[in-house]
Structures are given as structure tokens and as C-alpha cells.
Design a protein around this ligand. Structure first.
Ligand code: GDG
Length: 522
């Protein structure tokens, strides 16, 4: 088990790591190799041939970039854009194995995996997102989908397996030539097979895999053919430590291994799986945010520039939501709940605005395009129903596009933040809102968000499909006495301040350190 205690979590470096403790020693002695589908930056080539690097969006990149700021880690990612590919080709031509993302302010270096467009498309747009993400967020309308066909199998073999192998091989290349065994930290559902592949090629490897998204019950995994779900579990069991956001998801993984992997031993008490002569630790590490950086960005010049135009969207009361245009975030039901609230409480007409800051996401997947259409159609319907031609009031505005300073600027002023995900690994927006909001805003939080475990007590909790209950929560939030808003707001802020993303990182490293020590003493 973890050997560190709260007391020895002194923050002495930018990462909160102390070379006197186990976590600090790990990074001092060993190279960190982080692998994720999406890299920390995407490259574009300027007219003069030079490259610019731009930080990507999404919860994983936001969190992992934060903890790697001060690390000389190597980040292995798939080249996702034409700019990435050109940058990788330029590096190869120059004989560089590692790319330094100039301008990102980071110390880490990058190595790209370069699958063919076809293989990448099968891995990302046929298996990872429509299949695995949908499965792990219970998004299927099961009487109708999914259909696992020969095309799915083709995408699995030629896409998912192929790209996972490319990642594993690139990681092995990055290990070669290092004096000490590096620490490999795999990220998320795109790389389930990677751990097993690395283990085969390098039995002594130290591998940790963190899953940012939920892990459903074994019954739901049955919707995948036995060969696929078993390959996923066994691939993951190639690791030494498997991390989830919540104890429930960790437990669910143990159940799934017990159900589908032959000859495993599962200890629910210890949180371990024994398989093929090794013991794999399964634990939970709730992710959080880089509180200092989030505050800094929320008050940066770039964010302040939005102070002029964002308030034009606000009203006496402002409800805010911030998400990728993503079915699991339950955006359409959130709009419907607002519609129901206005029906039940017409006295709020003209006085409350709902702002949805939305980033189009995974537009290569049909369900995502359809979902964005559903969002627009719902907003159109609700706005047409209530719009007031005399005052010019329209209840809902969608602000589309990508800008992290803008979302943080908007979070400073909400009265209500709506986070009603169907299910969510954690949900960083809830934590960012809790930290930067300056109006003692109330957070309406889904019971299905991992964040509920830590923040739930001070939020208004809703069941994600409960449109009526969400409408009532909106009313409760808007009529809440200010003193109660303040009390809740303060409690939320303090909670987030005490659970920085560095703790998430540190706790994982401490467990890796303990593992390395126990191996050395054997
Ligand atoms: C996955 C899991 C888990 C928002 N708009 C922009 C932007 N953002 C930032 C937010 C937040 C992040 O992106 C989104 O994080 P979430 O946690 O809300 O959601 P996912 O992207 O689904 O993340 C999730 C997370 O991984 C971490 O483990 O919490 O459960 O699903 O920080 O503020 N960032 C940029 N531009 C925007 O327009 N750059």
C-alpha cells in the first residue's frame, strides 16, 4: 500500500515532490515516460517554415501537463494533425529523437507515434471513441447499438491493436539506452493493450496505467465479445499498478477481471489481482487541478480581455456550463431542465441567462455530429419559445470554440454552474469553478461525476436523467440565501485548494516508489 502520509506531503518543488520521500526519489532516480493518445501540444507550421506549439484541450492534457511542467519527462503521443506529422518528419530529418515543444514553457520532450491515417482512424474513430468511450459511459441505446460486425473486428485488429503496438514499440525505443529502468505512465482507454505488449518485450518494466474515465460493471462489458474484453483486461494486467478516479471504478475493474480473465486471483481487501505469477495493484487516485496555474490563468491578461464582452451575456442570474460537445456530459437534458424551470417559474423570464461554453469534439464520429445538432435544435426550440422581442432577451446562448482563458474567465461570474454528466471519470470543470468563482455560485452536480465523492456534500446533487429534479435544483440554487451560497462556496474552494493535481501525481509516484523498493528488496 501507499507509504506516504498527509504529513509528509510537503510541497518543496514545483511538482510538490520532495527528494526525501518515496515519490520524490522516483523522479530523481528514474526517467518518466508518459504515453497518451493526445500529446500536450499540437504543432502548426508557420509560413517561414518554423513551428508553433499550442497546448491542447481536454481534461487529461490539462492535468498531466500541469504535473509535468517541472519534469524532464518524455511524452509519447500520436501525431494527430498535419502540423504534428510535419514536425515529426522535420525532427527525423534533423536526426532528433526528441522534440522540444518551444514556447509551451515546459521542460518535457516529445516523441511521436506515426500511424497511417487509416490505422489511426480505425483505432480512434472506430474503436476508442464510438466503442470504448461509449461503453465506459453507458451511452448505448442497447436494443439498437452497438453492432459488433466484421468491420469492428477489422478496426480492432488493424487499428486498435496496431496503434497500441506502435506505442509499445516507441516506448521500448525510449527505454533503450537508459541506465535505470524508467517509469512508464500510460494514460487512458486508447492504450489498454500497451501494458501487456511492453511486458512481453521488457519483463522488468515498471508500468503504471491511469484510467481517466469510468469503468462499468462486468455485465455491461459483456456487450463486447469475450476475446476483446479479455484482451483489454489482460493488456492492462501487464502493468504493475492500475489507477482509477474512484474506489467504485477500481472495484468494478476487479469484478471484471474476476469475471472474464481465466486463472486470476482477486483480493478486494488489498485491491490486487494476481495473474501469471505477478501481483498487480489496483487503486484510486482522484485527479484534480493545478490550483495556482488555474488562478493565474483566470486572472491573466488574456482572460481579462474577456471581461469586456462576456458580461454582455450575463443577466441578474447567470447559469453556466462548460463542456466539450459530448453526449456523456448530458448537455441537451441540461437545456431541457432549464426549459422546465422557466415553465414552472415564469417570474424568472428576462432575469436569467443560461450560457453554454462548448467545444466541438470528435467531429469525425457521427454520434458527436448528431449530438451537436441536437444541442443546437434544442436551444433553437427553447429560445423561440421564450424569446422576448421587446427586451431582446433570449434564455440560452451557446458560445462555441476553444479558449481556456475564456472558460476560466466565465467561471468567475456564474451564479449556478451546471455539471450534470450522465457519468464522468472526475470532471475538472466542477473543481475549476469551485476554485475561481467570485459570486459564491452554486454547483449543481451529477451523482454520476467522480467529483461528487469529494465535492458532493457542498453541491446540489442531481440524478442525471432527472429533468424535473434538475429544474428544481436550478430553482433551489437561484433562491438560496446568500449566506448559504457563501458557506458552500467557501467549503468547495477549500476542498479544491487542499487537493491539488500534484497530490494525484505524487500519490501515484509514491505507490510506484513503494513497488520499486519492494522489488529491490526481493
Ligand atoms: C476526461 C474525463 C476527467 C474546457 N474548455 C476549454 C478547455 N476546457 C478544459 C476545462 C477542463 C477540461 O478542459 C475538461 O475536463 P473535464 O474533466 O471536464 O472533461 P474531459 O475532457 O471529458 O476529461 C474527465 C478528465 O479526463 C481528467 O482526468 O475529469 O472525467 O472525461 O479543464 O476547463 N480547455 C481549453 N480550451 C477550451 O475551450 N484549452
Amino acid at each position: 500500500m501507499t507509504v506516504s502520509t498527509k504529513d509528509d506531503k510537503r510541497a518543496t518543488t514545483p511538482n510538490g515532490l520532495d527528494s526525501h520521500d518515496v515519490a520524490g526519489q522516483v523522479v530523481e532516480e528514474r526517467q518518466l515516460l508518459v504515453a497518451s493518445n493526445r500529446g500536450p501540444v499540437t504543432f502548426s507550421q508557420r509560413a517561414d517554415g518554423s513551428f508553433s506549439a499550442r497546448q491542447g484541450s481536454g481534461g487529461l492534457v490539462t492535468a498531466v501537463s500541469a504535473v509535468l511542467q517541472g519534469q524532464q519527462a518524455i511524452w509519447i503521443a500520436a501525431a494527430m494533425t498535419a502540423g504534428d506529422r510535419t514536425r515529426a518528419a522535420a525532427a527525423e530529418e534533423a536526426g532528433e529523437t526528441l522534440i522540444t515543444p518551444h514556447g509551451s514553457g515546459s521542460r518535457f520532450k516529445l516523441r511521436f507515434v506515426l500511424p497511417t491515417t487509416e490505422a489511426y482512424n480505425q483505432y480512434y474513430n472506430e474503436i476508442s471513441n464510438p466503442l470504448l468511450w461509449f461503453l465506459q459511459h453507458y451511452l448505448w441505446d442497447t436494443p439498437r447499438s452497438p453492432d459488433i460486425t466484421h468491420k469492428t473486428w477489422e478496426a480492432w485488429r488493424e487499428g486498435y491493436v496496431t496503434v497500441n503496438r506502435m506505442f509499445a514499440e516507441e516506448i521500448i525505443r525510449a527505454c533503450d539506452g537508459l541506465d535505470t529502468e524508467p517509469v512508464i505512465m500510460l494514460q487512458d482507454y486508447h492504450l489498454y493493450l500497451c501494458g501487456g505488449m511492453i511486458r512481453e518485450m521488457r519483463p522488468q518494466a515498471i508500468i503504471q496505467h491511469f484510467i481517466h474515465i469510468p469503468w462499468p460493471d462486468p455485465d455491461y462489458w459483456r456487450l463486447l465479445p469475450a476475446e476483446m474484453r479479455r484482451a483489454i483486461c489482460e493488456g492492462m494486467l501487464g502493468c504493475d499498478i492500475i489507477g482509477f478516479q474512484t474506489p467504485d471504478h477500481a472495484r468494478s475493474f476487479l469484478y471484471t477481471c474476476e469475471a472474464y480473465v481465466p486463472d486470476v486471483g482477486v483480493s478486494y481487501g488489498d485491491g490486487t489481482v494476481t495473474w501469471q505469477g505477478r501481483t498487480i495493484k489496483v487503486a484510486h487516485y482522484p485527479i484534480s487541478i493545478d490550483t495556482e496555474a488555474v488562478r493565474r490563468t483566470a486572472h491573466s491578461q488574456e482572460a481579462r480581455a474577456y471581461e469586456r464582452y462576456l458580461p454582455t451575456y450575463f443577466n441578474e442570474f447567470t447559469i453556466l456550463r462548460i463542456d466539450r460537445a459530448e453526449p456523456s456530459k448530458n448537455i441537451v437534458r441540461g437545456f431541457n431542465a432549464f426549459d422546465r424551470f422557466l415553465e414552472a417559474h415564469p417570474e424568472y423570464k428576462n432575469r436569467v441567462n443560461f450560457i453554454a461554453v462548448t467545444q466541438p469534439s470528435r467531429m469525425d464520429v457521427e454520434e458527436y455530429r448528431d449530438y451537436l445538432d441536437d444541442m443546437s435544435a434544442t436551444v433553437g426550440r427553447i429560445n423561440a419559445k421564450y424569446a422576448n422581442v421587446e427586451t431582446g432577451w433570449q434564455p440560452i446562448t451557446i458560445i462555441m470554440g476553444e479558449s481556456y482563458p475564456r472558460v476560466l474567465a466565465a467561471m468567475r461570474w456564474y451564479d449556478v454552474l451546471l455539471v450534470n454528466s450522465i457519468i464522468d471519470g472526475m470532471n475538472l470543470v466542477a473543481k475549476e469553478g469551485a476554485l475561481v468563482n467570485e459570486r459564491s455560485g452554486v454547483i449543481i452536480l451529477s451523482e454520476g461525476a467522480g467529483a461528487a465523492l469529494q465535492l458532493g456534500e457542498h453541491c446540489l446533487m442531481v440524478s442525471p436523467a432527472d429533468v424535473e429534479g434538475t429544474a428544481e435544483a436550478i430553482h433551489q440554487a437561484l433562491t438560496m440565501p446568500f449566506s448559504e451560497r457563501q458557506r458552500r462556496g467557501r467549503a468547495l474552494r477549500e476542498l479544491v485548494e487542499h487537493e491539488d493535481v500534484r497530490e494525484w501525481f505524487r500519490d501515484q509516484l509514491a505507490d510506484i516508489g513503494a513497488l520499486v523498493q519492494s522489488r529491490q528488496s526481493q
